[in-house]
Write a protein that binds this ligand. Structure first.
Ligand code: F6R
Length: 608
């Protein structure tokens, strides 16, 4: 996720662009930049780091131009660096572009343009855009942008300026947000409304493939056929703070709802039905994998829970033994690490001290370390042997939701890749898993519709002192995550137990009225789980079940039930965790807790 802005009016563009970007930093903040058209030249200022670094540079330059574009970045293709920052330009700096999204076919386009003599400086997917526009530019910027975008696959919201048409800004979107702000003799484009709210409350909310031309005549909108279109002006009635959360009350709720997109983005260019699984630049040969005698997945908290699912996925699909461990324990337990060990560290922030220590120790002992992280350029990503990014976008709420589901996706991608290279699954089996994976975003979307039922459940139970989460197999891994979510944001004491373990002690805690959430979505273990539910019901527990659609039988032993769509058992955690995230969210809200910033917790734990 990144944020883009653009301005054309009668004031100096640079400070207005920076102000707009400051309202979009929630979309990314690893680098920022602007391009200002002034005295017939495009001037680009961009740098790695927070927006204040850019502001310092701009203070030195004091641009006067009143047209420009700006960008705040959350790196996906290429680490955060000055050269990878936006805006990007063609070689002779006559065209400049800011972009939010991912150009999936950028490697093909880059190759094609290189063949035509174009040169590239950055590692980004975006840099193909100004060069493609340049290729098609014959004196009409809109026409060139239309032709260029017709060749682009993936998602984009772009703003484009051109030296030869110094009073024009062209913009368009596809699968990435973009709005136009309509001020008095001044106009804006932005990824989101907060960027323009200090200047106007009148905006156009653009749809896919609607093109915008801003020039001395004002704003003109076009469809793909280059026909002028009209659009209703949307009057913004809410404040900037609410807008940043896109109408959701909290970042956590917004991030829960972003999960279908985060899952889709993480699979982009890695899971395709007609090609082999791609692990970005990572390469393991069959020999490499046969040489690995064990894998350790090491992480903390929620990321550790993703690792527990990862263990099952890799063992079942790729037939390599996996141990999963908590980083703070692993590093002191004298684990057996050799050159034959593969360590997979999982970390949303990429900065967790214990996880980083495991990575360093593992590398010192000769192990190959594969990092799964959400932050390009983080310590973990820089120091690991290989990196697979989750493309969840910045996660602001302390409690992890969208990062967790994308970590699960990363686990499946790794497991499938290993299985493909080792030949432990047939092509048909791999295809079936891929097909099911591609359907996950839709199934998660469907599961989010249960929010009202969960809200009602929360309003009845939020005063509980304790809650228990039960599951077996993969359901146990998800129960652990559900329990962690509940305790960290609602401060209700909760425990997760493996269903079969209850009778070995924990069942002593069950009494009349004890609230239990039981997962029955691991089809192989469902019947056994029903027996475990009966054990707690007999002792007076009230049980809410998370079951698969069609499993009406299970209702008999449950007080209430949430049905989730079916998928392959191995993939079910991606769906079954959704009701548990919503449940903890609504419990915490009922209690009046600050869900985005729970007490005593930090987003990134950089101390031991
Ligand atoms: C819980 C949560 C934490 C993190 C843990 C590891 O919602 O977010 O448990 O998962 O602190 O953090 P990362 O993934 O940044 O290493």
């Amino acid at each position: 996720m990144c944020g883009i802005v653009g301005y054309l009016g009668n004031k100096k563009a640079a400070p207005l662009l920076v102000e707009g970007l400051s309202k979009l930093e929630y979309r990314g903040y690893d680098s920022a930049g602007v391009a200002i058209l002034e005295d017939g030249m495009i001037n680009v200022s961009k740098c790695k780091g927070r927006l204040k670094n850019l502001e310092e540079r701009l203070n030195e330059k004091s641009y006067k131009g009143s047209i420009g574009i700006g960008h705040t970045r959350w790196a996906t293709h290429g680490e955060p660096s000055d050269v990878n920052s936006h805006p990007h330009t063609n070689s002779d700096v006559t065209i400049s572009v800011v972009h939010n999204g991912i150009i999936e076919n950028y490697l093909k386009l880059r190759e094609w343009l290189t063949g035509k003599g174009y040169e590239f400086l950055s590692e980004t997917d975006t840099e193909v855009i100004p060069n493609l526009v340049d290729y098609y530019y014959k004196g009409d910027l809109l026409e060139a942008v239309m032709k260029a975008t017709s060749k682009m696959e993936g998602s984009y919201a772009i703003g484009v300026i051109c030296k030869n048409e110094p009073n024009k800004l062209v913009a368009v979107r596809k699968d990435s947000p973009l709005i136009v702000g309509l001020g008095e003799d001044e106009y804006f484009i932005a990824s989101d409304i907060p960027a323009v709210l200090n200047h106007t409350r009148d905006v156009y909310l653009l749809e896919d493939k609607e093109f915008v031309v801003i020039d001395e005549k004002g704003v003109t909108l076009y469809n793909e056929e280059k026909e002028e279109i009209t659009k209703e002006v949307y009057k913004v009635t809410w404040n900037a703070d609410a807008a940043e959360k896109e109408g959701y009350e909290d970042f956590m709720l917004k991030e829960i709802h972003q999960q279908p997109k985060a899952i889709k983005d993480t699979m982009t260019s890695r899971i395709n039905l007609d090609s082999k699984i791609a692990l970005d630049k990572i390469n393991f040969t069959k020999e490499d994998l046969n040489n690995i005698d064990r894998i350790y997945i090491v992480a903390c908290g929620t990321a550790y829970h993703a690792g527990v699912v990862g263990k099952t996925a890799i063992e079942r699909l790729a037939k390599i033994p996996v141990e999963v461990d908590i980083a703070s324990e692993f590093r002191y337990r004298e684990p057996l690490i050799t050159e034959k060990t593969l360590i997979i560290v999982v970390s949303q922030s990429g900065e967790t001290a214990d996880t980083l220590a495991v990575l360093r120790d593992g590398k010192n002992k000769g192990a190959r370390v594969l990092a799964v992280t959400n932050v390009v350029g983080s310590s973990v990503s820089r120091e690991a042997t290989d990196v697979l990014y989750t493309w969840a976008g910045p996660e602001i709420a302390v409690a992890s939701t969208k990062a967790y589901v994308t970590q699960l996706i990363a686990m499946y991608i790794i497991a499938l890749y290993f299985a493909e290279v080792k030949g432990t699954l047939s092509n048909e089996e791999i295809l079936e898993i891929k097909k099911e994976m591609l359907e996950l975003p839709e199934k998660v979307e469907e599961t989010l519709k249960h929010k009202e039922t969960l809200q009602k459940f929360a309003s009845k139970t939020y005063m509980e002192k304790d809650m228990f989460f039960l599951g077996r197999g993969l359901d146990y891994a998800v129960a652990m995550e559900g329990s962690l979510k509940l305790k960290e944001i609602s401060y209700i004491h909760s425990e997760a137990y493996a269903g079969g373990e209850l009778k070995h002690g924990p069942i002593a805690l069950i009494e009349k009225g004890t609230e239990v959430v039981a997962l029955l979505t691991d089809e192989n273990l469902r019947d056994k789980m029903v027996s475990n539910i009966k054990e707690v019901v007999t002792r007076g527990a009230k049980v809410m079940g998370i079951a698969l659609e069609g499993d009406t039988e299970s209702e008999k032993s449950l007080d209430s039930v949430i049905y989730i769509p079916k998928t392959l058992t191995i993939l079910t955690p991606v769906i079954s965790v959704i009701p548990l995230q919503l449940l903890s969210y609504y419990m915490a809200k009922q209690k009046g807790c600050d869900v985005d910033k729970p007490r005593n917790l930090a987003k990134s734990v950089t101390v031991e």
